[in-house]
Ligand binder design. Structure first.
Ligand code: SAM
Length: 230
């Protein structure tokens, strides 16, 4: 993968980006996504944020090598700390991290979201944390997609300001994804069901305790929710 030849995962994230938006890509690593978007003529201005020195330097090097220093500013810092309100950022992308980490970055930096119209989020796992955060903070899901690449399944969410009220089932599997019920969606949740069932079988073999009982009930709840959808 490089800035001109993105993974399907990042290309799909890129497909959600509106033309000419001012973008901040948080946790940008090599800055492939903003570089690709500028090369494709989709955007002309971006910030690439990184909190780890190695990836920060990779992003700087990539942007320099591509000759994109005028369009992409690489900034070192934690989450949304790299954004100032005067940057007028309209779109934030956060990709390739766990859902709870993405949700915690948004929560910690929520005062930076007043100029932001689109949040494009690609959690590797636990998208539910993002849906819960969005519901609580008055962001609504306007698009969701699911894809498989190299035996891994990814969900991508597009949030815009607005209210939504999701059921437990919708929080878990995604309100739009469960309507669409694609083959990848089916595969993801069939795999999850199998794994939860395996854990439950293990728990059935261990000594009963309050903790074990609680874990089993939690798994049974999730299994029932997902079985109903499939
Ligand atoms: N976004 C790229 C992608 O999707 O291919 C890179 C994903 S990489 C697995 C995650 C990156 O997020 C790492 O480079 C890591 O240093 C960075 N990161 C993790 N927590 C962060 C935070 N709180 N603020 C900024 N960057 C963060």
């Amino acid at each position: 993968m490089n800035a001109k030849n993105l993974s399907e995962r990042l290309k799909t994230v890129a497909s959600f980006v509106e033309e000419n938006t001012i973008l901040a890509d948080i946790g940008s690593d090599h800055a492939y996504l903003p570089c690709y978007l500028v090369h494709e003529g989709i955007i002309t201005q971006a910030i690439a944020g990184e909190v780890v020195k190695g990836p920060f330097e990779s992003a700087q090097k990539q942007v320099r090598n591509e000759g994109l220093e005028k369009q992409i500013e690489v900034r070192f810092g934690n989450g949304l700390d790299v954004i100032q309100l005067t940057d007028n950022v309209q779109t934030i992308t956060i990709a390739g991290m766990g859902g709870p980490l993405i949700a915690s970055i948004l929560e910690a930096g929520k005062e930076k979201l007043s100029t932001v119209e689109n949040l494009i989020l690609q959690p590797n796992v636990h998208a539910k944390s993002i849906r819960e955060w969005a519901q609580k903070e008055n962001w609504k899901i306007v698009n969701e997609t699911i894809l498989e690449e190299h035996d891994k399944i990814y969900e991508i969410l597009l949030l815009q300001k607005g209210q939504m009220e999701l059921t437990e089932q919708e929080l878990l599997v995604g309100p739009l994804l469960m309507k669409e019920k694609s083959s990848v969606f089916h595969k993801k949740w069939t795999n999850e069901l199998r794994e939860w069932q395996r854990i439950k079988d293990q728990l059935n073999k261990t000594t009963e305790s309050q903790e074990v009982q609680h874990k089993k009930e939690e798994l049974e709840g999730k299994i029932a929710l997902v079985k109903e959808v499939l």
